[in-house]
Design a binder for this molecule. Structure first.
Ligand SMILES: C[S@@+](CC[C@H](N)C(=O)[O-])C[C@H]1O[C@@H](n2cnc3c(N)ncnc32)[C@H](O)[C@@H]1O
Length: 262
């Protein structure tokens, strides 16, 4: 293939599209009903309140966070730039009239100004190619006082505990074999993309906070991610329990100021 016009964003889209069919089989992506769904729902409720709202979900992927939002009664616009990912999400939520799926770029949503009470994304920000542009767009589509909720992590550098957990997982895999679906899938392509991203050194709460502030958000807070990790460990086998220790994950909540001039 002639790659001269093939830019980073197309590589990212292609990568996720290829993973769409098996994405839910990789640990940490699907949100099973029970303690894990409840933990994600509690995190969303704490951040944006319990009443049904108009929510823009960015990079909905296979529609797992969408499911959390729908379970809380929200009216959801779920956006992704991979038609393959959206296809999986559309099938999962077929017939649900509270969700609208949109094929669009999360960095330039083309959604109307001040249309949403909340903008939510899980595991998107680390892979943005223009984070400043994206944050400017997200504050634009939020109503004054609206909330931004980001779930993400540093997927480049395992924590000290994560390095030990990684060794243990490698030992387990020598005995029971390799997991073809875990995030090592297509790892060379992943590494190639990662090298070219603005957050190629890893996305941390400390790196994201100034960008969020500069975009105009206020009341920036970092609620704990612990209850989600604990819920994920509850029904997981040993290998997956160890995987919850690999990386530093975080939650960011911020608000569009109430008195912002539009
Ligand atoms: C790690 S997956 C996360 C999916 C989903 N948020 C979840 O947590 O299950 C990353 C998703 O981001 C989407 N994505 C990446 N960059 C995007 C962009 N600029 N605009 C829209 N979607 C994007 C990919 O297509 C993929 O579905």
């Amino acid at each position: 293939m002639d790659m001269r016009n093939h830019d980073l964003k197309e590589d990212i889209r292609e990568y996720w599209s290829k993973r769409s069919a098996t994405f839910d089989l990789a640990f940490g992506h699907r949100i099973p009903p029970g303690p894990e769904l409840e933990a994600w729902a509690a995190a969303v409720r704490d951040a944006i309140g319990p009443e049904p709202k108009r929510v823009l979900e960015l990079a909905c992927g296979t529609g797992e966070v969408t499911n959390v939002l729908l379970s809380l009664g929200h009216e959801v616009t779920a956006l992704d730039f991979s038609e393959a990912m959206l296809g999986v999400a559309r099938t999962k939520h077929a017939g649900n009239t509270r969700v609208r799926f949109v094929l669009a770029d999360a960095e330039r949503t083309m959604e109307p100004d001040e249309a949403y009470d909340a903008v939510i994304c899980r595991h998107l920000v680390w892979t943005l190619t223009e984070p400043e542009q994206a944050l400017a767009d997200w504050i634009r589509v939020l109503k004054p006082g609206g909330r931004l909720l980001v779930f993400d992590g540093d997927w480049t550098q395992p924590t000290r505990m994560g390095r030990l957990a990684g060794l243990a997982v490698r030992l387990i895999e020598r005995l029971i074999g390799h997991d073809p679906y875990y995030d090592g899938a297509m790892s060379e392509k992943h590494a190639d993309i990662m090298r070219r991203l603005p957050f190629s050194d890893g996305l941390t709460a400390e790196r994201l906070e100034p960008l969020v502030r500069e975009a105009g958000f206020v009341n920036i807070a970092f609620p704990s991610h612990r209850s989600i990790a604990m819920a994920q460990r509850k029904d997981a086998d040993l290998r997956n329990r160890l995987r919850t220790l690999f990386y530093r994950r975080f939650v960011l909540v911020a608000s569009r100021p109430v008195d912002v001039a539009s």
